[in-house]
Write a protein that binds this ligand. Structure first.
Ligand SMILES: [Zn+2]
Ligand SMILES: [Zn+2]
Length: 136
């Protein structure tokens, strides 16, 4: 157990796990979360700006909740947040479905090609391809 300063209000508190914020701030955040959740529930087409203004919660905090998949825009919502990779509108999380799939397969290809390229002449080849040429 550590005694640390709260990231939000600076008060000293006993820290166990999770976010480095004190119980008071955590309660406040949870209350804000409920407010935001209710607001989105009642106003499914509200933009983040509107939610932020009406609930008095920063847009950064709302986005954070959506990225953490604690908040989700409804199915028929006209707004959402952007996929961090391709910018397409998504309802929750960090990436859209296709980016998620691509990322997973890219990761496994990366792993595979790493295995394969052991001792190969990939570098030599790309050097040759990019060799400069003088033009008359
Ligand atoms: Zn605090
Ligand atoms: Zn995407």
């Amino acid at each position: 157990m550590d005694v640390i300063n709260c990231k939000r209000c600076g008060n000293i508190f006993n820290y166990f796990v999770g976010e480095k914020i004190c119980p008071t701030c955590k309660n406040k955040l949870n209350e804000q979360f409920d407010t935001v959740k209710d607001y989105i529930y009642n106003n499914p087409k509200a933009s983040i700006q509107e939610v932020s203004r009406e609930c008095d919660v920063s847009m950064a905090q709302i986005t954070k909740w959506v990225r953490e998949e604690r908040l989700e825009f409804t199915e028929d919502s006209l707004v959402g947040i952007e996929c961090e990779r391709c910018g397409v509108s998504i309802r929750t999380g960090r990436y859209c479905k296709s980016c998620k799939t691509n990322l997973t397969s890219e990761l496994s290809t990366l792993y595979k090609s790493k295995e394969k390229s052991k001792g190969s002449n990939v570098n030599k080849k790309s050097l040759r391809d990019h060799r400069m040429r003088f033009l008359e």
